[in-house]
Ligand binder design. Structure first.
Ligand SMILES: Cc1cc2nc3c(=O)[nH]c(=O)nc-3n(C[C@H](O)[C@H](O)[C@H](O)COP(=O)(O)OP(=O)(O)OC[C@H]3O[C@@H](n4cnc5c(N)ncnc54)[C@H](O)[C@@H]3O)c2cc1C
Length: 505
């Protein structure tokens, strides 16, 4: 398609990358990025770019990827509970400072011939162009003003994003129990000798610590210093005594953005403006940059903007929705994280890796064999034999009170049946299921529900709540096709036993 003029609203990673790719694909087109901030004032600290994202960026624009990779810091991942810690290698995950990421993207955009306008807030409707790419972030005014059918789900937990002036050796996940409740950090190193500290807690703990008041008292352009001083005390070990640095840092609730459509006339939403994914799956930047690749390909290949926007959405929506579903599960897992602190670190790592169903036990055993071996030994009280971990896990005996089972797939008589059809195990409907299981008392419950995998994963989460909150024996029913998920659920403490249905049983 011939384009004469494109306006990009927002100079975040999505906007800058889309602008460069557009200019490279349409050299005669005038491409301008309109960014309200100044070039050297940005919020945030480090962002992670995983191997798959780097591959996609390499295919779309090897020059930019080369500079990003050179600026990034590779790191592994450690999970620490008290003194107990486990480590997983992650060869190609890199952390890049957001400032550096934006500097590189802006430089490459300018090199391609993009005009960058900083320091002025603009409205999509005021921009005179064939195409307006609205990459104006999670609070997109374009989205709010337009007919995009947007919906924002607000998370239950609170999080805060800050940093410190040391390079951690690994990404670290570490919970700390305080007199108010549990705070957990996801911390990861990035270029420039710094590390991001992303800290989460639940609403009750947050209020007990008085952070509702400190949040209300913190002006929009300042950081919540009271919270930062408290957090640097409780995470002193991970920080090695260093202070936490804020940058307009305050407690927030994560907002997941969904839109029924991503375009209207000549305007198309991109990145966080169109959709967000919880930070615990580290994918916001990835999604924004991958959107840019798909949008530019569609504008290059389709005859008109309408067809191009339809193609862009057709290509990106399935990937975005898959990531949003992973992110939803991951968010729910982190929001309920304090209930799992009794698990030893290796089992907790398996629970973490399988929290959204995307890393099966067998694959984790391939990349982190010593972690899975330790987790299996903690689960069964005996070292695992060589071979398929799923078979071995399902074949372990269980003692539950006075009951003895020869393996984890035996049929148990006399259990109450709980038919689960909820999406969110921690919702009111989830509370009602736990209550129902508690009232049922007796021998325990068998949890059944729809046959698909998504429903099975949710059943396992409901089962975990019931086990933990009532102490009842729990059996989760699921198709033998999903034996891996059921085995991961057993090792992660989500269920006691499983009941396999279907041909492969
Ligand atoms: C706590 C936290 C941790 C995260 N960690 C990661 C991570 O590890 N990995 C990762 O990939 N992502 C991470 N993200 C997400 C990531 O920061 C965003 O998803 C990503 O920056 C989205 O890019 P974007 O270009 O769509 O929007 P943004 O980066 O938000 O950029 C939007 C830009 O538009 C500008 N703008 C807005 N309105 C206007 C206007 N009217 N006129 C002019 N300019 C305007 C803004 O100033 C901004 O610069 C994290 C996010 C959070 C909150």
């Amino acid at each position: 398609m011939q384009l004469r003029r494109v306006a990009v609203l927002g100079g975040g990673p999505g906007g800058l990358y889309a602008a460069r790719l557009l200019k490279l694909a349409h050299p005669t087109c005038e491409v301008t990025v309109h960014e309200q901030g100044d070039p050297d004032t940005t919020f945030g600290f480090g962002v992670g770019l995983a191997a798959g994202t780097q591959r996609r960026l390499e295919a779309a624009d090897p020059d930019t990827l080369r500079d990003l990779a050179a600026a990034g810091l590779r790191h592994d991942m450690t999970l620490q509970v008290g003194d107990d810690r486990v480590r997983v290698r992650n060869d190609r995950l890199i952390g890049v400072a957001r400032t550096e990421l934006l500097t590189i993207l802006a430089r490459h955009a300018e090199k391609a011939g993009v005009a960058l306008e900083f320091g002025r807030r603009r409205a999509a409707g005021d921009l005179d162009a064939d195409v307006v790419v609205a990459a104006d972030g999670v609070s997109s005014a374009t989205r709010e003003a337009g007919p995009f059918g947007s919906r924002v789900d607000v998370g239950r937990g609170l999080y805060l994003w800050c940093a410190t002036d040391i390079t951690l050796p690994d990404a670290v996940f570490a919970p700390v129990e305080t007199e108010h409740g549990v705070f957990v950090t996801h911390a990861y190193p990035y270029s420039g000798g710094r590390s991001t500290f992303l800290i989460e807690t639940d609403g009750r703990t947050w209020r007990r610590a008085g952070f509702d008041a400190t949040t209300a008292a913190t002006p929009a352009d300042a950081s919540d210093e009271v919270s930062l001083r408290f957090l640097e005390r409780i995470f002193a070990e991970q920080l090695r005594g260093n202070p936490l640095i804020g940058n307009r840092t305050r407690w927030l609730q994560f907002r997941t953005v969904h839109c029924d459509r991503w375009s209207d006339r000549n305007t198309v939403l991109l990145g966080d403006a169109a959709h967000t994914a919880h930070f615990s799956v580290g994918s916001g930047t990835k999604l924004a940059m991958e959107d840019a690749i798909a949008l530019v390909e569609a504008l290059r290949d389709e005859p008109g903007t309408g067809a191009a926007f339809a193609r862009y959405e057709e290509v990106r929506r399935p990937a975005v929705e898959r990531m949003q579903e992973l992110s939803r599960r991951s968010r729910l897992w982190w929001e309920s994280f304090p209930s799992r602190l009794d698990l030893p670190a290796a089992r907790l790592m398996v629970a973490y890796m399988s929290r959204a169903g995307n890393v099966p036990l067998d694959r984790l055993a391939g990349t982190a064999p010593e972690v899975v071996a330790a987790a299996l030994e903690q689960y069964a009280g005996a070292p695992a034999s060589a071979g398929n971990p799923t078979d071995w896990v399902l074949d372990r005996p269980l003692s539950h009170g006075d009951l003895r089972f020869p393996n984890r797939t035996v049929d148990v008589d006399g259990l109450a049946t709980l038919d689960v059809g909820v999406d969110d195990p921690w919702s009111d409907a989830g509370d009602a299921l736990v209550e129902q299981a508690r009232r049922g008392g007796g021998a325990g419950c068998r949890i059944t529900g729809p046959p698909d995998r998504a429903a099975l994963l949710t059943r396992l989460d409901v089962a975990e709540r019931i086990r933990r909150e009532t102490g009842a024996l729990v059996v989760v029913e699921g198709s033998a096709t999903f034996r891996d998920d059921l085995a991961a659920g057993l090792v992660s403490g989500r269920t006691d036993l499983v009941s396999l249905t279907g041909e492969a049983a």
